[in-house]
Design a protein around this ligand. Sequence first.
Ligand SMILES: Nc1ncnc2c1ncn2[C@@H]1O[C@H](COP(=O)(O)OP(=O)(O)OP(=O)(O)O)[C@@H](O)[C@H]1O
Ligand SMILES: [Mg+2]
Length: 385
Amino acid sequence: MAEKILIVDDDLDTLRLVGLMLQRQGYQIVAASNGPQALVLAEREKPHLILLDIMMPEMDGYEVARRIRANPATDTIPIIMFTAKGQVEDKVMGYEAGADDYITKPTQPRELFAKIRAILARTQKAASGPASEVSTPQERGLLIGMVGVKGGVGTTTATFNLGLALHQNSQKEVIVAEYSPGIGTIGVELGYKAADGLDRLLERNEFEITSLEIENHLIQFAAGIRLLLASSKPLARLKTASATHYQQITQFLGGMAKFILLDLGASLSPLFQPIYPKCSVIFLLVEPSLVGLSQFHALREALIHRGVHQSRIHALAYNRVRSDIMLTRSQIQERLGIELFGMVTPAPELAHYALLNNRPMYLLQPESITARQFDEVALKILALA
Ligand SMILES: Nc1ncnc2c1ncn2[C@@H]1O[C@H](COP(=O)(O)OP(=O)(O)OP(=O)(O)O)[C@@H](O)[C@H]1O
Ligand SMILES: [Mg+2]
């Protein structure tokens, strides 16, 4: 479980640089660019450690440290202070304000990593005695990645309906997240006027994305089911987001529900590279057509090459062709040379009425074969979890 580090610095370049360095070391990063914001985040995010700059306008690092120590909700969080000069006076004042250690700027990464590791190891040891909120590991949910072997095969529809089936069968919290800004479809299909939580998050500095920020952009679809939706505004496609944005969002989502379904769109994206290996399972959505079937293996190989263990990749057939010309499950399996995890055969009429009614298929006709098929997939996933 990644430890969470709050970085506080008024210099945004430092925030980004140190944030990226530490994120590569596997830490979860939260950032604040001023003292008051740091105090709010320290209390809300309960970081395992705070890296604190001293020279900041408005409220300096000493004052921030004093207030963190004065608040019972944050008083045990270790603090490492950044110091430009490393003068004895500065250090003494810092220790008096509540700092545990110092690091000089410009930062030597190896020294920084070593100090962080040492302090975290120490606090963890101390916390294994009496209960300490600071090091209680967050429970992580099951990250489920959904990838279409090509565009338009029904990935988004399947992701949403599977999320509903998972909630129905487990009564656990579910989050369904669209990850492609500007081409979101769930919001449109549900008839929502403004649904662009993902786009909004991607506009932020990546390390300013916090769990509260994400919570604020989730839409409560029904009890236990929340959605992170992408807008359908084409201009959003032109904005640049980074893989780090998605890494941050995914890390936080992982602690916010029992099942997190990510609509990762068609084929692979460089932006999702760090995410594929983090998924507990990846479903490749196959359309039983010539191209759909032949793409499956190429995509599977590519994911394995990218560090996803093969046991985590499964094939899910989304078969919406007319039933009289539809390939059977065993025909598909024979052609794929692999067993299907599941198969759903949603009739076009059902999809059509779902759209007309602004209701997902699973809820529109809960007794339909399609709903049963989603249940079957959900139950198999529950058996994995
Ligand atoms: N069973 C079905 N029968 C007919 N149409 C369907 C069915 N399921 C989904 N659709 C429709 O097909 C279109 C594409 O579906 P969806 O958006 O789920 O695919 P996608 O793979 O996510 O597409 P993209 O690659 O653009 O993200 C949508 O308009 C959806 O309403
Ligand atoms: Mg889609």
